[in-house]
Design a protein around this ligand. Structure first.
Ligand SMILES: [Zn+2]
Length: 232
């Protein structure tokens, strides 16, 4: 079922009443600190963002400075961190994929990842391209006649063991754990969380980054995760 954008946003907003924790339930709302990884952040110019270790150091410095435990951000954010990987690169700037479609949560590897909303496992896969998700799980949610999907990327490999398609989860259930750079596509540990309205035939995978050329379509299909999560 397709619904127009304003209706879609109201629908997603109505599903939760307040802040939805996505990582380790012991963390409180005040532990979440906004993090700017956009091309406009001058601080990143001095950092080798291609290095998962350098990026992790940057994230940690920001967390310490702001007394946070989880850095978040990045919906519809244009970033430089993808230019290292051929997986995202095309020949010109219009088709290069560098605009982020999910919300990222930067926190230590092995942190528990919680289901944001009741649903069932739609699909899962280990996406092993350099710079890709690594292990990824997609949940399907159905509310009356409307379905939508939530994607959890950059998980640990062990998260894909002992789960099955169709398995049901309640909000707040432990779904997975964050992966290390070795298993998460070579990134500083973080969760990529994305809402997808129409998943087409994708299975355990869906583009998390768009080119400028396709951005309109992807922003329509992948609304701001904060409508559901209410973090900012
Ligand atoms: Zn991401």
């Amino acid at each position: 079922m397709s619904i127009d954008k304003a209706k879609r946003d109201l629908f997603l907003k109505s599903l939760t009443q307040s802040f939805v924790p996505l990582l380790d339930a012991d963390h409180e709302e005040g532990d979440y600190i906004p993090l700017d990884l956009s091309i406009n952040n001058d601080e990143l110019r001095h950092i080798d963002v291609a290095s998962s270790r350098a990026l992790w150091n940057y994230v940690n410095t920001q967390l310490q400075k702001n007394r946070g435990k989880i850095g978040y951000g990045g919906y519809n954010e244009r970033r430089d961190i993808y230019s290292r990987s051929v997986y995202f690169n095309q020949n010109d700037s219009a088709t290069q994929r560098n605009i982020h479609l999910g919300l990222d949560f930067w926190c230590e590897a092995d942190t528990a990842v919680l289901a944001a909303y009741p649903g069932m496992i739609h699909s899962f896969k280990d996406n092993r391209n350099h710079g890709d998700y690594g292990p990824c799980i997609i949940l399907k949610h159905k509310v009356k006649e409307t379905s939508f999907y939530t994607l959890y990327g950059h998980l640990s490999r062990v998260s894909l063991k002992n789960i099955e398609v169709g398995q049901r989860l309640s909000a707040g259930d432990v779904l997975a754990y964050l992966g290390t750079p070795d298993e998460n596509g070579d990134y500083a540990p973080h969760l990529h969380f994305q809402i997808i309205m129409d998943i087409e035939n994708y299975y355990g995978d869906y583009p998390g980054v768009s080119s400028a050329k396709n951005l309109m379509y992807f922003l329509e299909n992948c609304p701001d995760p904060n409508l559901l999560l209410k973090i900012y």
